[in-house]
Ligand binder design. Structure first.
Ligand SMILES: [Cu+2]
Length: 113
């Protein structure tokens, strides 16, 4: 139920942004996302299940992320250009930082545990 709400608010976000609304306004209009929460980085941890160097994507089997009302799951994220993706490998247990971006949560730090 919570996940459905989140998915729905992401769709609303995608529809709203092209209508020349700034990203900040779009984020603050998302239900359950207070202005302060939307800009905060989130720390989490998990195991890397896939790395796509060409497209700068990493898939984590991550633990629950209460800040986003996410249950534990396996999902892919875009990785910020500043992150050294070669310092980690598939199968590594890692901690990572997610930072909100226009296209969802982006990985801005990965560290092998
Ligand atoms: Cu997830």
């Amino acid at each position: 139920m919570k996940f459905t709400t989140l998915a729905l608010s992401m769709v609303v976000g995608f529809v709203t942004v092209p209508a020349l609304v700034t990203a900040d306004e779009a984020m603050s209009s998302m239900p359950g996302m207070a202005a302060g929460q939307s800009v905060d980085a989130i720390e989490s941890s998990g195991v890397i299940t896939a790395i796509d160097h060409n497209n700068r994507k990493v898939t984590f089997k991550h633990k629950a992320i209460p800040e986003l009302s996410w249950p534990p799951m396996t999902m892919g994220f875009s990785v910020d250009p500043n992150v050294d993706m070669k310092s980690v490998n598939t199968g590594d247990s890692v901690t990572f930082t997610l930072t909100p971006s226009k296209s969802g949560q982006k990985v801005t730090r990965i560290k092998k545990q």
